[in-house]
Design a protein around this ligand. Structure first.
Ligand SMILES: [Zn+2]
Length: 228
């Protein structure tokens, strides 16, 4: 009888070990929708405000540098591939420069479209509803608070470009990409009007470039996650 019991215990132990080894972590998805600013009022504060918010209490990348791809699939035809690559990689470099961790790897160019859940982090293009400038989604493991994938879609509804080099009405690619890549690192949106000059402020506008450079709150946030 004792031997039978011992055998049963061993079988149960073995099956639970096999299950633990083979089960994938239950990943959760979080979505950030970046809206065009309404024009009810201009923010009156500057980018020295110290506000930042971590996503769900501090999810972050555990494996760095983060590998990601810059996609030209579905891109607006008027945008040059090199311009897209250079603007977005300047954005990831901005976050990288603000922390002691080598945060982002040199991005890879791709012609594959953005697909959430394909195991690759990608910044690319898509047709979203008017009012939405961009959407970033994160996949993370809630048990370990580890981000495992991010994907950003920039809305081709809007005209895009380099606001420093044109008088046309454009969404500045580097400006918007820096905000979206802040989400990719683990920083949340800020909505109070006093945060209006920070990169992680939740709204943007045509020809805005102030999100290209980080404010004090943005730097404090990235350094809390990845060190000085
Ligand atoms: Zn946002």
């Amino acid at each position: 009888m004792k031997k039978v019991l011992l055998f049963l215990v061993l079988v149960l132990l073995f099956t639970s070990i096999v299950q633990a080894a083979s089960s994938k972590p239950n990943l959760e998805k979080i979505t950030f929708v970046h809206y065009a600013k309404d024009h009810r009022g201009k923010p009156i504060w500057d980018d020295t405000v110290t506000d930042y918010r971590l996503i769900t209490g501090g999810i972050k990348w555990h494996v760095t540098p983060v590998m990601y791809e810059i996609s030209t699939a579905n891109k607006p035809g008027y945008l040059d591939d090199n311009f897209i690559y250079n603007a977005i990689s300047a954005s990831s470099e901005t976050w990288d420069d603000a922390t002691g961790t080598e945060l982002f790897d040199t991005p890879i160019s791709t012609t594959n479209p953005v697909i959430i859940g394909d195991g690759k982090s990608t910044v690319g293009w898509g047709d979203l509803q008017p009012g939405v400038i961009a959407v970033t989604q994160l996949l993370y493991n809630p048990a370990t608070k580890e981000i495992v994938e991010f994907d950003t879609i920039l809305n081709t509804y809007y005209p895009w470009g380099n606001a420093s080099a044109t008088t046309n009405k454009v969404m500045d690619l580097q400006n918007i990409a820096t905000h979206e890549l802040g989400h990719a690192c683990g920083l949340d949106d800020l909505r109070p009007p006093k945060d209006g000059e920070l990169t992680m402020y939740a709204y943007s506008d045509y020809n805005e470039i102030k999100k290209r450079t980080l404010g004090i709150g943005d730097i404090l946030g990235i350094q809390e996650l990845y060190g000085e």
